[in-house]
Design a protein around this ligand. Structure first.
Ligand code: 13P
Ligand code: ZN
Ligand code: NA
Length: 281
């Protein structure tokens, strides 16, 4: 069934587990996410990046919504990393009710303004907004803030950010990165603890590909109730394509689609179990 993201997040927060939010690009991805969730009786989030929506003039959105409605488990459809108001408008008009307003490249003040304007707009559509801030504006007391520190979510500003923007969930920057980690991730759990103490909205960890199981469990214990996963699923997709075309030059598309879905489903199932959302549908 088509689910409301905020309800899913609140259930996860109360239940001490986390949702997997999986990025998809096409029907194969959509099929893999829903299939994995159904097998494990788990609620799940399907994420679309604005580019995925843009390139085919939004045709993928109703496909996702219909597939969610037909699913045996709760599925919500979420717009990932949106910096453009135009992309958000398209998503809202096409019925997406869960959106990430990504103002993390902006100064704190501009991020507040941008995100609040999206929250106000989304509210008219009954949609909720995930916000992110991980950058401090330049200087304090004449001292330049260290670059590393500046990219992290400041726990002291978190409450102000949530209050002033009205976001329903907050993506934290605690050393997590998109894509592969060069070394073992260095997640700042003290910072996460401090953020959790200052805000009560569900917390989101982006860049979950490559985060080891013990760190995932620690993050959940400290209040993360949504993990974004893309790279590990994409890698499974690409490996499957390579495997099929290396073994056969026949002009058959089905074997590619089947192996791609099978391999992505495997990765997604592992993540669902790791996030402890299995059996929570
Ligand atoms: P990974 O590619 O590291 O899994 O990050 C995904 C993500 O954060 C999507 O928003
Ligand atoms: Zn992300
Ligand atoms: Na990552």
């Amino acid at each position: 069934m088509l689910a409301n993201t905020l309800e899913l997040l609140k259930s996860a927060q109360n239940g001490g587990y986390a949702l997997g939010a999986f990025n998809i690009y096409n029907m194969e991805g959509l099929t893999a996410v829903i299939q994995a969730a159904e097998v494990l009786n788990s609620p799940v989030m399907v994420q679309l990046h604005p580019i995925t929506i843009e390139w085919n003039q939004g045709r993928i959105v109703p496909a996702c919504i219909e597939a969610a409605k037909a699913a045996e488990v709760p599925v919500s459809i979420h717009l990932d990393h949106s910096q453009s108001v135009a992309a958000i408008d398209v998503a809202l008009q096409k019925g997406m009710n869960s959106i990430m307003a990504d103002g993390s490249d902006l100064s704190f003040e501009d991020n507040l303004k941008f995100t609040k304007s999206i929250v106000d707009k989304a509210r008219q559509f009954g949609a909720i907004v995930e916000g992110e801030f991980g950058k401090l504006a330049g200087e304090e007391d004449g001292l330049s803030v260290e670059v590393y520190e500046a990219k992290m979510t400041n726990p002291d500003l978190a409450a102000e950010y949530v209050l002033k923007t009205g976001v329903s969930s907050l993506a934290v920057c605690i050393g997590n990165v998109h894509g592969k980690y060069a070394n073992e991730p260095n997640l700042d759990f003290e910072r996460l603890k401090a953020i959790r103490k200052n805000v009560d909205v569900p917390l989101v960890l982006h860049g979950a590909s490559g985060v080891p199981a013990d760190m995932v469990r620690e993050s959940i214990a400290l209040g993360v109730c949504k993990f974004n996963v893309n790279t590990e699923i994409r890698t499974a997709y690409m490996d499957a394509v390579r495997e099929v075309i290396t073994n056969s030059m026949k002009p058959d598309v089905m074997p590619i689609i089947q192996l791609v879905v099978e391999r992505m489903t495997e990765v997604i199932k592992q993540k669902i179990v790791l996030f402890q959302s299995d059996g929570k549908a």
